[in-house]
Design a protein around this ligand. Structure first.
Ligand code: NAP
Length: 485
C-alpha cells in the first residue's frame, strides 16, 4: 500500500461499507477500506454455521437508501445478506477502494504531522488523516475456561468458526451455550446427529419468529413505489415499541414475558423439560431470542438438555457438575464473543503517546459512542454503548456514519486538520448515559450478560429509543470538540 489515503476505513462489514458509500456520495474519494480477510461481509462472512440468519427482519436490517424488494424471506439467511452487501459494493463502485488481506494491528497518532500512522500485520505502515473503525463488536470468539478443554480429542469448534469439513451425521455431539447462535444451529443439526447434548447455563427467553418466504406476488408488490419503504417503516416502529419496556417502565415487559411463556408452553409439553427451559430472570435482561424450531428440537428423543454446568472436558467426554460423564464425538461452542477485546488488543496510541488502554482503564467509553478524547480524527462505528437489543444496528450505523460526515464537514469548514472531543464533553455524556443505564433491566433484571463489563457497568447498549440516538447525532456540536489547526 503505497498511497497515502486521506481517510482509512477498517473493516468491510455493514459499518465499513456504509461509511464508504456515504463518503463517496459526499464527494470524498480519497479513502481505502482495509479488510483483514480475503472477502467482505464482516459478521456475515465470519458466521456460516448451519441456520445462520439475521434475527432482525431484512427489510429493516439493510441500508435505508438501498431497499431490496427482492429479499427471499422476512429473516434472510447469511449468504443472502452477504450477497446484498456484495451488490452494494458493485452498485456504489467501492471495489477500487477495497484492500483485502490487510490486517491493521496498530494506529499511532503523529502529534507533529497531525496524522495517523496505520500499522499493518505485514509490517508496512502508512499515514492517513482520519481513521474510521468499522470492526464491529462481536467477532473475537470466546471459548470458555473449562478445565481440560484442550484435551478433547475429537473435532471441536466455535459457532463463528464452523468446521464444515466435519460430518456430524450419526455423531454424538455436545453443544455448550444456548445464546442467539445456538438457537439457530441446534435445530439444524438435531436431526442429523445420533445424540445431541445441549449444555445450558442460563435459559434464554424466546419468542416465536414471524418468518416466511416472500412470494413472487409479494415481491412484485414490494417493488411498487413506496411499498418497500412502507414495510420497512412499519417494522421499524413495531420493533421500536419494544424499547418502551426498558426505556419507560420495565413492568411493560409483562406482555412480552407472557408471550414467551405461552410460546414455551405451546412447544414443550413435557413439564420437566419446560421447567429447565424457563428463565428465572426478567425478560430483556439478556437478548430476547426468536425461534420456532429451537424448542421442538430440544424436545426430540435424541436431544438432551443438561443444566448442571460443565465441570471438566476430557478426551472423549464432558463431565457435568454432578460428576456425570457424557461421551461425545464432536464439541461445538456456542459461547459467544469477547466484546471489548477486539479494540483493546490493538496498539492505539493517541495524542502525547497515550495508549487507548490507559484512556479506557476505568472502562470503555466514547462520546456518542464514536469519538474518544485524546484520539483526534479517530471514529468508532458501533463503538461503546451503541449496541441494541431491540432494533437494527444498521440504523445505528447509519446515524453514526452521518455523524462522522458531520465531523469531516466541520473540519473542511473550519480548515482545521483534526478534531478531538473535549474530555469534559465525553465525561458529561457518559455520566448521563450510565445514569440512565443503571436503572434498567440489563442491570436490575437478575442476570449476567456480555452487555456488562467486569465491574457490572453496561458498556455495550444504547439505553433508549433509536430515533433518540439518531436525533442526537444529527450533527456534531462544535463546542464539544477542540479543533486542531
Ligand atoms: P451469546 O448470546 O453470548 O451466548 C453465549 C452462550 O454461551 C450463553 O448461553 C452463555 O451462557 C453460554 N456460555 C458462555 N460461557 C459459558 C461457559 N463457560 N459455560 C457454559 N455456558 C457458557 O453468544 P451468541 O449466541 O454467539 O450470540 C452473540 C451475539 O451475537 C448475540 O447476542 C447477538 O447480538 C449476536 N447474534 C445475532 C444474531 C442475529 O441473528 N442478529 C445471531 C447470532 C448472534 P450464559 O447465558 O449463562 O452466559
Amino acid at each position: 500500500m503505497s498511497a497515502r489515503p486521506g481517510i482509512t476505513i477498517i473493516g468491510s462489514g455493514f459499518a465499513g461499507l456504509g461509511m464508504a458509500i456515504k463518503l463517496k456520495e459526499a464527494g470524498y474519494h480519497d479513502f481505502v477500506i482495509l479488510e483483514k480477510a480475503d472477502d467482505l461481509g464482516g459478521t456475515w462472512r465470519e458466521n456460516t454455521y448451519p441456520g445462520c440468519a439475521c434475527d432482525i427482519p431484512s427489510p429493516l436490517y439493510s441500508f435505508s437508501y438501498e431497499l431490496n424488494p427482492g429479499w427471499s424471506r422476512m429473516f434472510s439467511r447469511q449468504a443472502e445478506i452477504q450477497d446484498y452487501m456484495r451488490a452494494c459494493v458493485e452498485k456504489y463502485g467501492l471495489a477500487p477502494h477495497l484492500r483485502f488481506g490487510e490486517e491493521v494491528v496498530g494506529l499511532e497518532y503523529d502529534d507533529a504531522a497531525r496524522d495517523w500512522r496505520v500499522l499493518l500485520a505485514g509490517g508496512e505502515t502508512f499515514a492517513t488523516n482520519a481513521v474510521v473503525s468499522g470492526i464491529g463488536a462481536l467477532h473475537v470468539p470466546s471459548l470458555p475456561a473449562i478445565p481440560g478443554r484442550e484435551s478433547f480429542a475429537g473435532p471441536s469448534f466455535h459457532s463463528a468458526r464452523w468446521d464444515h469439513s466435519v460430518d456430524l451425521t450419526g455423531k454424538r455431539v455436545a453443544v455448550i451455550g444456548t445464546g442467539a447462535s445456538a438457537v439457530q444451529f441446534v435445530p439444524r443439526i438435531a436431526g442429523q446427529v445420533s445424540r445431541l447434548h445441549v449444555f445450558q447455563r442460563t435459559p434464554p427467553w424466546i419468542h416465536s419468529k414471524p418468518d416466511f418466504p416472500f412470494s413472487p406476488r409479494a415481491k412484485r408488490i414490494l417493488g411498487l413505489p413506496g411499498a418497500a419503504r412502507a414495510l420497512r417503516n412499519a417494522i421499524y416502529w413495531a420493533l421500536e415499541a419494544r424499547a418502551l419496556g426498558f426505556t419507560v417502565d420495565p413492568r411493560l415487559m409483562g406482555a412480552q414475558r407472557k408471550a414467551a411463556l405461552r410460546h414455551l408452553a405451546d412447544q414443550v409439553p413435557d413439564p420437566v423439560l419446560r421447567a429447565r427451559l424457563t428463565p428465572d430472570y426478567m425478560i430483556g435482561c439478556k437478548r430476547v431470542l426468536i425461534s420456532n424450531d429451537y424448542y421442538p428440537a430440544l424436545a426430540r428423543d435424541n436431544v438432551e438438555v443438561i443444566t448442571d454446568g460443565v465441570r471438566e472436558i476430557r478426551e472423549n467426554s464432558i463431565v457435568d457438575s454432578t460428576g456425570r460423564e457424557t461421551e461425545v464425538d464432536v464439541l461445538v461452542y456456542g459461547t459467544g464473543f469477547k466484546v471489548t477485546d477486539a479494540l483493546n488488543e490493538w496498539r492505539i496510541v493517541g495524542r502525547n503517546g497515550r495508549k487507548i488502554q490507559d484512556a479506557w482503564q476505568d472502562g470503555v467509553e466514547a462520546y456518542h459512542g464514536t469519538t474518544v478524547a485524546g484520539f483526534p480524527n479517530l471514529f468508532f462505528l458501533l463503538g461503546p454503548n451503541t449496541g441494541l437489543g431491540h432494533n437494527s444496528v444498521v440504523f445505528m450505523i447509519e446515524s453514526q456514519v452521518r455523524y462522522v460526515l458531520g465531523c469531516l464537514r466541520l473540519l473542511s469548514r473550519t480548515k482545521a486538520r483534526a478534531l478531538d472531543v473535549r474530555p469534559e464533553a465525553q465525561r458529561a455524556y457518559n455520566d448521563r448515559l450510565q445514569d440512565r443505564l443503571n436503572r434498567r433491566v440489563w442491570n436490575e433484571g437478575g442476570c449476567g450478560s456480555w452487555y456488562l463489563d467486569e465491574h457490572g457497568v453496561n458498556r455495550t447498549l444504547w439505553p433508549g429509543f433509536t430515533f433518540e440516538y439518531w436525533a442526537r447525532t444529527r450533527r456534531p456540536r462544535r463546542e464539544a470538540y477542540e479543533l486542531i489547526p
